[in-house]
Design a protein around this ligand. Structure first.
Ligand SMILES: Cc1ncc(COP(=O)(O)O)c(C=O)c1O
Length: 493
């Protein structure tokens, strides 16, 4: 007989959870999507418990998986205006949906006679998951610059790059960094004419844009399967589907295209392997939770929550526009926005968005700092601060407004972190050589970032982001890998 003290084990977990950033209540404006409806969370938890021992690997053995997946995909297909020719899968999240969209397109391209290394063309604002996909599946990533002021893509710049070596074009609805709704109709029409696949990454927008209207109340430009040239769409259930982490939908137009998503082999002495997604054995938990939530909320429930997000987003846009020294980037579509310095005011009246975010954090609200980026054409995208708005934001918007305004007051006139000074504070020259783990840890230690145990990020993140921007990319990426790797390593003996 196994004997254990469940209460003590769970008490420790509860204590660990106390140290987490709050997942509910709207204080963290990224990562988490609180519907504000506790009954939805309770339903999801019970659904996950019911399928806890199930293996989602084989929907012919665990038939509940087939039924739930079919029904979730059916709901998503209707929401995104797909016809009978649109089929799909539930994946473990946005990244997996994006990876599979790329793998499918590459294999379709190859089966049509493509040889060599295909290209993946997308605006610079496309989610980093596509950088990962290009690296994993061996495509050349061809990133198209966007307008540095608005973050908007000029469709003609992208469509000029179409050619027989392009396996996939990706546009976003909307993009994560600036909430830009890419010109899907123009891009997809050109793709269709050129015979190139076009994926719409609606990971963040897929479950909320169907209920969204433009600022003037007008309907949005079309971005889903109503656009003829769109061949696939990803839409995350664990974002505005309010499901626990681990669920997204990838829809593909045309069964024959979608079959390239699968991996199948009978070429080993074990059971025949047929996987629709990247994993083998997998949990059915997030699928069951998503399935239950979709039934509980239905289109009307999602619409109501979207409406609250829309009001809160408009309110926040107005608040930021009213804060001297800050500006909202471009014309965001959906419940997210990026905030940059308003360079039209005098330097002493400007607010640096990273100093602002650090000061907002001291007031108990966590915004997300985004680094600046030099685009392939040499133009520079400024660093920004990101806010993702959820249905719980609206009820607390006055409190949040006070924090945003107070923080701006404090940060106004404070110049951005001097990147050269940050670089100079590093021990020795870190740019030239490939860093080993010990050297990387030493550098992190000198910055106060990697002690023993779980590293918290520093309270002020502006210097860290300045470092990320100032260092050569491979060095910055290597240091961040070391930081995250050391966070989960057992202590040295
Ligand atoms: C547009 C977009 N695509 C892809 C992803 C990746 O999703 P995930 O973090 O679920 O892997 C995100 C995440 O924010 C996103 O906003």
């Amino acid at each position: 007989m196994v004997s254990f003290d469940a209460r003590a084990i769970l008490a420790r977990l509860s204590a660990l959870r106390e140290a987490d950033a709050p997942t509910h209540g709207g204080r963290v404006l990224s990562y988490v999507y609180d519907s504000g409806v506790p009954e939805i969370d309770a339903l999801a938890a019970e659904a996950m418990r019911l399928v806890q021992p199930v293996n989602g690997l084989d929907p012919t053995t665990f038939t509940s998986v087939a039924v739930m997946e079919r029904e979730v995909v059916g709901f998503a297909r209707e929401l995104l205006h797909g016809g009978d020719e649109v089929v799909g899968s539930v994946t473990s999240g946005g990244t997996e949906s994006c990876l599979l969209a790329v793998k499918t397109a590459r294999d379709v391209w190859r089966s049509a006679g493509g040889t060599g290394t295909p290209r993946l063309v997308a605006p610079v604002t496309v989610h980093a998951a596509f950088q990962k996909a290009a690296a994993l599946f061996d495509l050349t990533l061809d990133l198209v610059p966007v307008d540095p002021q608005s973050g908007r893509l000029d469709a003609s710049l992208l469509t000029a790059r179409l050619g027989p070596d392009v396996a996939l074009v990706v546009v976003s609805a909307p993009s994560y960094p600036y909430a830009t709704l890419d010109p899907v109709e123009e891009v997809a029409a050109a793709c269709e004419e050129a015979g190139v696949a076009c994926h719409v990454d609606a990971c963040i927008g897929g479950w909320i844009l169907p209920f969204w209207r433009a600022a003037d109340g007008a309907a949005l430009p079309l971005w889903d399967f109503r656009v003829g040239g769109v061949t696939s769409v990803s839409a995350d259930l664990h974002k505005y589907g309010y499901a626990p982490k681990g669920a997204s939908v990838l829809l593909q137009r045309d069964r024959d295209r979608q079959r390239h998503q699968y991996f199948a082999t009978t070429g080993w002495p074990g059971y025949p392997v047929v996987n629709s997604t990247l994993l083998g054995s997998k949990s059915a938990g997030a699928l069951a939770a998503s399935w239950a939530i979709v039934q509980a909320l239905g289109a009307r429930g999602f619409a109501g929550l979207a409406e609250s997000c829309r009001r809160a987003t408009r309110g926040l846009q107005d608040i930021v526009a009213d804060i001297e020294g800050l500006r909202v980037v471009g014309d965001p579509t959906g419940p997210l926005l990026a905030v940059a310095t308003d360079e039209s005011v005098a330097p002493e009246r400007r607010v640096d968005p990273h100093h602002w975010a650090d000061r907002v954090r001291r007031r108990g609200w966590i915004l997300q700092l985004q680094p600046g980026l030099t685009q392939p054409d040499g133009t520079h995208l400024p660093h920004t601060t990101h806010l993702t708005i959820t249905p719980v934001t609206e009820a607390r918007i006055d409190e949040l407004e006070a924090a945003l305004r107070g923080a701006a007051q404090e940060a106004r006139g404070v110049p951005p972190v001097d990147r050269e000074a940050v670089l100079a504070s590093l021990p020795g020259d870190v740019g030239g050589t490939e860093l080993d783990s010990a050297t990387a840890a030493h550098i992190l230690g000198s910055l106060g970032l990697a002690g023993g145990g779980t590293p918290g990020l520093p309270d002020d993140q502006a210097p860290l982001l300045a470092l990320v921007e100032a260092l050569p990319r491979p060095v910055a990426e290597r240091l961040l890998v070391e930081l995250l790797a050391r966070a989960v390593e057992p202590p040295d003996a």
